[in-house]
Design a protein around this ligand. Structure first.
Ligand SMILES: Cc1cc2nc3c(=O)[nH]c(=O)nc-3n(C[C@H](O)[C@H](O)[C@H](O)COP(=O)(O)OP(=O)(O)OC[C@H]3O[C@@H](n4cnc5c(N)ncnc54)[C@H](O)[C@@H]3O)c2cc1C
Ligand SMILES: NC(=O)c1ccc[n+]([C@@H]2O[C@H](COP(=O)([O-])OP(=O)(O)OC[C@H]3O[C@@H](n4cnc5c(N)ncnc54)[C@H](O)[C@@H]3O)[C@@H](O)[C@H]2O)c1
Length: 468
């Protein structure tokens, strides 16, 4: 049974995605009462339409690539990926889009759950409208936390809004393999989905990125290596290319994208993955003096800027700080602590954000890139090493390579940022996160001896190159 009727809680969280759930659980852990308002699926985008299904779609191709690199095991692979089975596994990892497990968790944590659309109706006041039109009025004695997430942004391209297209939800939940796929945007969604669907059987995949490289905010070698790998697998990667027009004569007809170089790409489905827009247009921001439809900006304790009284917080995608599940959950823990009167500051949002792109090659990065470090005025030294040129990589399989790079503050002798591509990059990044978040001096890091033979040995090679 969901809660209904008017009530008062210490903390009310608007939006029950992964981040909102944590924003409620943390204050409850501190002895406060909390309610979550959710209008769709508890667990949000990550569980049903983003992280989980996308990783499930990438995994068969990743495993196959790993096996094919190992003579003896390679011979055991005699067929192709069974796409129907792969999609069934995806459906399982998304719990069949059923949130009863999440609901059990929320209840187990002692959090009250309101199902329906929530809106601020003034200071500390939320109105929830349920499916049948009934309303509940909730009052927060301490804080309201906004955690309403984001949706795919729609760029201003001729004909796009009038055309039936796919967004990130459609591409992660597709029931059939599109024969021909064109993806707008070579960011994280674009590269992961291009690789996943190509491996699952899409005959033609075209990736259109307007910037001159894929994954623009990362170190330049990341986009270059990924473009090579995608091209090698048959994806048509077009960087420095803008879509100028889109047309589809009928909903079930092929879609054609015109690009800035005068070319045309025709496909069965067009995925728009050019970034996100916050879901803040209908949550009553105007009732507390804020502008609807924009990211809700916060300070480093997640208090919403421009609202007095320390009662309004925003966490996760809706504040635009760091559009990643783990960072939203980190913000939720910080906000929960602050609301409970403890001291906490989300400084890792600026200096120590880990990012993993689950492609083959894997990409793992944390903290500052060389370019951002220099922009911020650090005097940096960088060192690089081939991730494949250590015994741990060689034992994993043939032909594995990649790049590992440290950005070191030469004055403080600490690591400001690290980027790894290639084998184990997804796991290498946590060691780097500890080094960056902990500001561990490199002279001390040198005593963190990597086991032999692991890919982590690349750390030793990097530190040696720095002169240790
Ligand atoms: C394809 C894809 C893959 C991704 N993969 C990864 C990954 O591997 N790792 C990673 O860290 N990040 C990944 N992300 C990013 C990640 O999904 C988001 O950062 C994360 O989901 C944000 O969580 P959130 O709780 O802030 O928002 P959401 O998950 O969007 O949750 C917001 C919730 O609020 C509810 N809501 C909104 N408005 C209201 C309202 N007015 N009343 C009631 N309820 C409301 C919504 O129904 C929703 O459930 C991916 C994103 C995409 C698109
Ligand atoms: N593995 C992960 O952690 C993971 C996976 C997927 C998504 N995410 C998160 O989700 C968020 C959204 O991902 P995303 O890929 O939609 O956004 P993004 O910001 O990562 O990438 C968008 C890309 O689209 C390009 N672009 C913008 N307008 C364009 C246009 N008109 N034509 C062609 N290209 C255009 C941009 O230059 C950029 O490279 C990201 O912030 C990311 O952090 C994370």
């Amino acid at each position: 049974m969901n809660e209904a009727g008017d009530a008062e809680y210490d903390v009310i969280v608007l939006g029950g995605g992964a981040v909102g759930e944590n924003a409620a659980a943390r204050p409850v852990g501190h002895g406060l009462s909390a309610a979550v308002v959710e209008e769709h699926l508890l667990g949000g985008e990550c569980s049903y339409y983003a992280c989980m299904p996308s990783k499930a779609l990438l995994r068969p191709g990743e495993v196959l690539d790993a096996v094919r690199r190992v003579p003896g095991a390679r011979e055991a692979v005699t067929g192709e990926i069974d796409t129907a089975e792969a999609l069934r596994r995806r459906d399982k990892l998304t719990s069949g889009w059923d949130d009863s497990g999440q609901e059990d968790w929320v209840r187990g944590e002692g959090i009250a759950l309101y199902r329906g659309h929530g809106r601020l109706v003034g200071e500390r006041e939320i109105e929830v409208t349920d499916e049948s039109g009934g309303t509940s009025r909730l009052r927060a004695t301490r804080a309201v936390v906004l955690a309403t997430g984001s949706r795919a942004a729609v760029p201003p391209i001729d004909g796009l809004r009038e055309t039936r297209t796919w967004d990130s939800r459609d591409i992660t939940t597709a029931k059939e393999v599109p024969e021909r796929l064109v993806i707008l945007g070579g960011g994280v969604v674009g590269v992961e989905m291009a690789q996943a669907w190509r491996s699952l059987g899409s005959r033609e995949v075209t990736l259109i990125e307007m910037a001159d490289r894929l994954l623009g905010p990362e170190e330049p070698f990341v986009g270059a290596e990924l473009a090579d790998a995608l091209r090698e697998s048959g994806v048509d990667v077009r960087t420095g290319t803008q879509a100028t027009g889109v047309r589809r004569p009928a909903d079930d007809a092929p879609v054609t994208v015109t690009t800035s170089d005068g070319a045309e790409v025709t496909a069965d489905e067009l995925v728009v993955a050019v970034g996100r827009a916050p879901i803040t247009e209908d949550i009553g921001l105007e009732t507390v003096g804020l502008e609807p439809g924009k990211y809700v900006l916060t300070d480093d304790q997640l208090r919403v800027l421009g609202v007095d009284g320390d009662w309004l917080y925003a966490v996760g995608d809706c504040n635009g700080r760091n559009l990643l599940t783990h960072m939203g959950k980190y913000q939720a823990r910080v906000a929960g602590d602050v609301i409970a009167g403890k001291s906490a500051v989300a400084h890792s949002d600026h200096n120590a954000t880990p990012r993993v792109v689950f492609t083959t090659p894997l990409v793992g990065a944390v903290g500052l890139t060389e370019a951002t470090a220099r922009e911020r005025g650090h005097r940096v030294v960088t060192v690089t090493h081939d991730t494949g040129a250590v015994a741990g990589a060689v034992t994993k399989g043939g032909g594995l390579s990649g790049t590992s790079k440290l950005v070191i503050d030469d004055d403080r002798r600490i690591v400001l940022g690290a980027t790894f591509t290639g084998p184990a990059a997804d796991e290498l990044v946590h060691g780097a996160t500890i080094a960056v978040a902990g500001e561990v001096p490199v002279d001390r890091l040198w005593h963190a001896v990597p086991s032999f033979p692991t890919v982590s040995e690349v750390w030793l090679r990097l530190l040696e190159k720095y002169g240790l």
